[in-house]
Design a protein around this ligand. Sequence first.
Ligand code: ZN
Length: 228
Amino acid sequence: MKFVHKAFNELWPEEELRQEVSVKYSGKFSDYNANVSYTPWKMQFRVSKTWRGVDEDIRIGLIQSLLVKVFKSKRYKKFNKKNKMELYEMFLKNVGNVAPRKESDPQLIESFERVNDEFFNGLMNMPNVLWGKHTLTKLGSYEYGNDTVLMSLALKDAPTKMLDYVMYHELLHKKHKFHHKNGKSFHHTTAFRKDEKMFKNAEQLETDLKYLLRKKKVRKAFFSFWRG
Ligand SMILES: [Zn+2]
């Protein structure tokens, strides 16, 4: 795959990419998702089909962002940060603005509106707000690529405040986006956490959510449930 080599060589002109590489466009991913799996011999990139129509420089930026996650050792610590990774980041931050609209769920629209009025002066554009699976490991997520908040069905019958609190957390992802430094992405920044505490009784709600999860007999779930 030529453009993977190109991406690699731009980052580390002195090094050689030894693994065999392949890129697969998958229909299973949601819009603009991508990942990479690798062994010492092989490296497979799987990217959502929506990447197909995207400018090559931006796709190279995507591959570069994944490459720096793979090559983390000291030897690769220094890389030429070319503007393609930045282009990719900009693209990802903005693509949600033109993401197709889906049919959002009425209960979640109400939750969005309450949170929008209270914390964003009603100024935030509504993302798609949908129920996901009944999962207890992740109560909510925000996907940048398709501007979608996905809520776990475990919250469907939870008290409104709890639902709104998780909604607020996910909307903060829409507001703050993410930032990259040295190839790492940061989602829950200090500014994010500061905003999060603006929610009334935030600490109590954290406890209540943990209790809700425990009641549903799941252990060691709550350390990761906020991710995304
Ligand atoms: Zn989060």
